[in-house]
Design a protein around this ligand. Structure first.
Ligand SMILES: Cc1cc2nc3c(=O)[nH]c(=O)nc-3n(C[C@H](O)[C@H](O)[C@H](O)COP(=O)(O)O)c2cc1C
Length: 333
């Protein structure tokens, strides 16, 4: 060892990849499970699924796990692009069943990208807002922009029409009823809503909303406890409900669906919208089938998202996050 030896100095691409993996920790995930790990080896960053965090009762086919990991992948891509790097992404390099979901390498320096900078700026501002949104409607041009952001990631967006709202509300209520009478679901919810403070994961009661009549029911994350958020005086009357969907429910399509989810949520946040993903309807077979009907049978529904305004409401507390050191592993090659 020389006097100068110490921790290995990483190349600039490796340092950028490491920073991006840290930023990706802000991504949304089902039950805030953050079911991913990052492995940085030399100048290659790999995204791995962490199946120890899978929801075996709520999400037996890992659809929501893959959507969550896709959102983390998109957060990392956006952070890299905003930092001036062009990247190469190989998805599922070892096939659908493997836990390596993506491999990211730096392709070179890139020109400034305003859209990536906008989305990157929204990463730490975005929150899942379970409170009711106001009467102010979402302008058509914003919805068009969000559809474009989703389509650029290889997925699709359906804006639920007024005449389809009763079906969305009914199928979501049916899903909530089915899940609340399923002991395996209740046990999983109990686990992920009562996590130790230092776990940095799960949905704490402080971010759950109190039960109230809603246009479309919002999942009860604090059954038997006191939810920290009041729904407020509004009733979601101006909210838009959109269904993110893809052509198949194969692993790569779901991963890309998660990237599209992130693009949608970050663009919406940058537009000043409040956002709330809702997956209960997807988790139960019959309601999912009803949701598929809203898409006229074209494609697989991945997730519903409520979009709207919550201008008068106080800021939301951030949901917990795991420590980067527990998620990002580094081996120097
Ligand atoms: C695939 C997926 C499904 C989700 N489903 C729901 C849901 O049904 N209801 C809900 O209130 N939030 C849902 N969320 C939001 C997460 O609970 C949220 O991202 C997580 O608790 C972290 O909080 P944050 O988004 O404020 O950072 C979902 C998120 C993802 C990515």
């Amino acid at each position: 060892m020389t006097a100068q030896s110490g921790p290995p100095t990483r190349s600039r691409p490796a340092a950028a990849l490491e920073a991006a993996a840290h930023v990706a920790g802000h991504a949304p995930s089902v039950f805030n499970t953050q079911p991913w790990r990052w492995q940085l080896s030399g100048d290659t960053l790999e995204l791995h699924a962490d199946r120890t965090r899978a929801l075996t009762a709520t999400d037996p086919d890992s659809r929501l796990l893959l959507l969550s990991c896709g959102a983390a992948l998109h957060h990392a891509r956006v952070a890299l692009r905003a930092a001036g790097w062009d990247v190469h992404v190989e998805r599922l390099p070892q096939g659908d069943a493997a836990d390596v979901l993506a491999r990211i390498t730096i392709a070179g320096a890139a020109d400034a990208d305003r859209q990536a900078e906008r989305m990157a700026g929204a990463i730490t501002l975005r929150r899942t807002d379970r409170r009711a949104f106001s009467d102010r409607t979402v302008p058509e041009e914003l919805l068009i922009g969000l559809r474009r952001a989703v389509e650029a990631e290889g997925a699709y967006l359906h804006v639920v029409r007024r005449d389809q709202m009763p079906m969305l509300a009914t199928s979501t209520a049916r899903a909530a009823d089915a899940e609340s009478s399923d002991p395996a679901y209740r046990a999983e919810l109990e686990h992920w809503t009562n996590r130790p403070v230092d776990s940095g994961d799960g949905v704490p009661a402080a971010t759950a909303v109190q039960r109230a009549p809603r246009r479309v029911p919002v999942r009860d994350y604090a059954p038997g406890a006191v939810a920290g958020l009041s729904p407020g005086d509004d009733f979601d009357l101006g909210a838009s409900y959109v269904v993110l969907f893809g052509l198949t429910d194969e692993a790569e399509a779901l991963l890309r669906g998660g990237e599209a989810l992130s693009a949608l949520l970050l663009a919406a946040t940058a537009d000043g919208l409040a956002t709330a993903p809702m997956s209960d309807t997807i988790e139960v077979q019959w309601p999912r089938h009803l949701l598929k009907g809203l898409l006229s049978g074209v494609g697989e529904p991945y997730l519903t998202i409520r979009l709207g305004y919550n201008d008068a409401a106080p800021d939301l507390p951030p949901a917990p996050r795991r420590k980067a050191a527990d998620i990002v592993r580094i081996s120097d090659r």
